[in-house]
Design a protein around this ligand. Structure first.
Ligand code: PBG
Length: 324
């Protein structure tokens, strides 16, 4: 026999020697939730270990993130007050901006503070934008609010903004607003292809989403990849710094294609429902939890996402440290 591929798999040293894909703590981002007025952290159903934070518990979490050596935390705010326009999103003293400000003062440049730039947590109808008189999401009026929100979050000290609303032209609108206000160094993590997915369930509980219906007029159709690559190209042309595909595991083909399409770093978000699936399978005793988590994250990495947003970021970084 000439070809014996098993020769390179005979022991751990050979397997390490030929390993192609490596997870690094420095490329993990931890999503976190802060809820206005909360006095004790509140667990989120379906996501063991994930909570709605108080300012105190979030400060501790940020310290853990710094010592874990992960890249950053992505902050989602849950406000007390919601209205049709999502006004709290642009309030410099609102829950998101004030949290970003405090966190940035705490961590400096030791951890990237990434703010979610979207209106869904702030609107009383739960959509990612403002509505027109017929109840449809008004793309261009939403862009004006995003532009304003971007400047407020940059002033608060965000290193990077996650444009997650899937409005047309959002990257250009945010880039222009940031540049005009002098924030040329604030980066844009562009959710280029964010699918209208069934896997956002636990997240919507976490942010107490008011949404009825769905987001199919703006988020991407599961059946399409060519359309997603168009979104990827548009975001790149509009000035995105990093391209995100979301969710992760069900869209490995899209991650791989985006990686081939543009020369920007590619990120993915292993979302709440994907996390809940593994946690549920692990607690049912049918999947080895640690091995399952590592397999999922290694797979999105192999597909081409160098940057991974994951609720497991702190735990995984401790496992990576143990392995040395
Ligand atoms: C919306 C947003 C969503 C998530 C992140 N940002 C959900 C949605 O579109 O309803 C989902 C993340 C997750 O499920 O972990 N701005």
């Amino acid at each position: 026999m000439t070809h014996r591929p098993r020769r390179l798999r005979q022991n751990a040293a050979f397997r390490e020697l030929v390993s192609e894909t490596h997870l690094r703590a420095e490329q993990l981002i931890l999503p976190v939730f802060i809820k206005e007025g909360l006095t004790t952290p509140k667990p989120i159903a379906g996501l063991p270990g994930v909570v709605q934070h108080t300012p105190e518990s979030l400060a501790l979490e940020a310290d853990l993130a710094v010592s874990a050596g992960i890249a950053g935390i992505m902050v989602f705010g849950v406000p007390d007050q919601r209205d049709a326009a999502g006004s709290e999103a642009c309030n410099p003293e609102g829950i998101l901006s004030s949290t970003v400000r405090t966190l940035r003062q705490q961590v400096g440049d030791h951890l990237l503070i990434i703010a979610d730039l979207c209106l869904d947590e702030f609107t009383d109808h739960g959509h990612c934008g403002v509505l027109d008189e017929n109840g449809n999401v008004d793309n261009d009026r939403t862009l004006e609010v995003y532009a304003q929100m971007a400047v407020v979050l940059a002033q608060a000290g965000a290193h990077m903004l996650g444009t997650s609303g899937m409005m047309d032209g959002q990257v250009a609108a945010v880039r222009n607003a940031l540049d005009k206000a002098g924030f040329t160094d604030v980066a844009i993590l562009a959710y280029a292809a964010k699918y209208a997915s069934a896997f956002y369930g636990p997240f919507r509980d976490a942010v107490e989403s008011q949404l009825e219906g769905d987001r199919k007029t703006y988020q991407q159709d599961t059946r399409n990849i060519r359309e997603s690559l168009r979104e990827v190209r548009l975001d790149a042309e509009e000035g995105a710094d990093i391209i995100m595909i979301k969710p992760g595991l069900p869209y490995l083909d899209v991650i791989a294609a985006a990686h081939a399409e543009v020369d920007l770093p590619i990120a993915t978000y292993v979302v709440s429902g994907e996390t809940a699936m593994i946690e549920a399978a692990a607690s049912a005793g049918v999947v080895d939890r640690q091995a399952g988590i590592m397999e999922v994250l290694t797979s999105v990495r192999r597909a081409g996402a160098s940057i991974i947003c994951t609720y497991w970021a702190l735990e995984v970084s401790s496992w990576l440290r143990q392995r040395g």
